[in-house]
Design a protein around this ligand. Sequence first.
Ligand code: AMP
Ligand code: MG
Length: 403
Amino acid sequence: MLTFEEARRKAIEEVGKRKGPRATAVVSVWDALGLVLAQEVKTDREYPPFDRSTRDGYAVGSKKTAPGAQLRCVGEIKAGDTVRETLSPGTCLQIMTGAAVPAGADAIVMIEQTSREGDLVRFERAAQPGQNIVPRGSEAAAAQTILTPGMRLGYAELALAAQVGAVRLHCAQRPRVAILSTGDEVVLIDETPGEFQIRNSNSVSLAAQVRIAGGEPVVLGNAADRTEDLGEKIERGLKEDALLLSGGVSMGKYDLVENVLKAMGAEFFFDAVAIRPGKPAVFGICQGKPVFGLPGNPVSTMVTFELFVAPAIDLLSGAEARALPFVEARLAEALNEKPGLAHFLPARVEWRARAPEVKALKWQGSGDIAALAKANCFLVVPEDKGSIEAGENVSVLMRKDVV
Ligand code: AMP
Ligand code: MG
């Protein structure tokens, strides 16, 4: 049985081998959040385009300042003003944040470090050359590449594109990810379940996780635990870029997913991982498409998505697989879990006095969605370490959607 790191590497390797170039589309910078860039973006000029003041204060020649020195203020420069004159020796100019520093000035003194009577400005201390000035071109040169293909567009990347006027961007199209739940007991979420039936919550969590990972969910509903129904719906799912199944991968008599996939020509790379929840997770390639058979218990489905499916969606999006968002935290209460499996326990991490501290939440096992809805992370108990004392450091896998 593979560890979760091995299984994850395997999924990344196999999906990585097969990914082709993505189709692209031109997208407005307003709509491109989370997409993967498929072009270079270059600056249209130097940044900053002029020597920029970073403070409200006075533009001075630093040599003319000293504790108690006084200079006559001969005018002001606002952000956006055209600045062509040179500062006359022995004078200063009032200047605002974001304004261009005039020639002849080599420092900006914050207004808080001055006092003023009429036109005379008195300085508390000597200014250092260059202080509070961002020199022209120091952030980026003209025609410099600032964004490259494969980068994911977050708010900073989008702002950078907007700054240089790249308002329409060639982006990779989101991979389409089919989602098929399985189980005779599962009804669609807008149906009323019978006494012993349950609503299809997995398709909802999976669709949300696919979106967060950068994919386009294609929800195919539910397949009964019957070979023919599974076969037909899997066939449909294989038309998309990847297929996710929930349920039907354990040892039960009606867990048919693996057999049906096998009959359709799937090659499997793992069908069990040393984790709890999520041990029966399956990954294979079927008719050229990555297929993940995720265990049906809701928390297992969610955990195995994060570990194995999210990096595959990164690759199918034209990006690198992102690392898992682990954080180190101090364990608040001792833990005792069965060794041999890595446990992912619903937990809350809090930043007390800035140092993260984590506590596992009470839960009823991998069907307990309510426990996970109270959690902001999974506490990771490594496979080789069942008991952990309070005060020890543990790894915590952050939930990407609520933190
Ligand atoms: P399975 O992996 O098919 O053995 O299912 C494990 C558990 O997860 C069972 O209690 C199922 O009823 C439950 N389950 C399976 N599919 C879903 C689903 N789509 N939504 C919510 N719970 C599910
Ligand atoms: Mg089932």
